[in-house]
Design a protein around this ligand. Sequence first.
Ligand SMILES: Cc1ncc(COP(=O)(O)O)c(C=O)c1O
Length: 369
Amino acid sequence: MNIPYLDLKAVTAQHEEEIQRAVAEVVGSGWYLQGEAVKRFEQHFAEYIGTPYSIGVANGLDALTLTLKIYKTLGRIKEGAEVIVPANTFIATVLAITENGMKPVFVDVDEETLEMPAEAVEKAMNRQTGALMMVHLYGRCTYNEQVATLCQEHGILLIEDNAQAHGCKYQERKTGSLGNVGCHSFYPGKNLGALGDGGAVTTDDEELAETLRAMANYGFEKKYVARYQGRNSRLDEVQAAVLDVKLQYLDEDNRKRQDLARTYYNYIDNPLVRLPQKMDEKNNVYHIFPVFTEHRDELQTYLQKQGIQTLIHYPIPPHQQQCYATYNHLQLPVTEKLARQELSLPLNQVMTEAEARYVVSTINSFKKF
Ligand SMILES: Cc1ncc(COP(=O)(O)O)c(C=O)c1O
């Protein structure tokens, strides 16, 4: 068998006719930005996430960066404020903080839950703390009532980085609607992916929503009248039309992911390979299925030889990146261990049960060299 990590051509082929029709409609309309397709998708996405507002932006990093910029502009977060962030995240979460001249305060995650423990979050809070990034990494809901209460009590903004968790739930509410604001990425490989870059911000905060519309459009409150020093960060009509088609299938796609994850949990059985702590199914949309092993590189090579492609999310944590030299001295042992041991197995909506079984049996016969 030959199992790619993710075959985007096959993902698109699932609904190719509908996608082609939606794109053709935009092409034929002669209207490519700030039109009906974006409006329609924003409305549908807001309904899906369960917030009054959804605003399309150019990508997930902009969703996070502009959100913090607006909080600063509106005086809700101070210049140079501290922002609590899980050390185990994709670098974009941190870039949004530093881009705004704020200071990331890295909190190590728990090895079992892969979340920031509430006690560690509380310790990291002080009078300089302006916001907390709650990252639903790997598609796992990391919402924690204790942390949310701490944020409320201390007037700290709770920002959800929902780039990897579209459709994930906490009880009956969707991630992206649980904090003050949800930031989303529609990078092609995401659970809800465009055919290029795209992002969105979801919120019940009207002032934030209105300011973002202006900020992402040069800062214009109306044409050629700049209230803010903004930028150009818009979701385009073609991507919105594609996303609107794919949104209809997101729950079905996530169920397929959950089925495959069940197979991995039920049948992977190798003492050398640790699976992530299992969660209630609706709390995990399995954007990534990580496993952990001291023999990560050997396992990856072995799987590759057997035709199974895997990836590593992520080999270098943000605080150890060259661009963050001032944080390189930090010791965040769990995150650093995860970076050494993590391997992402293929898991996506176009993968078959037979392929998942092949991954299982191949992993089960992996031995130390
Ligand atoms: C957790 C997380 N945050 C932010 C982003 C940034 O999104 P984008 O690639 O759309 O800028 C990504 C994905 O790339 C991500 O995985």
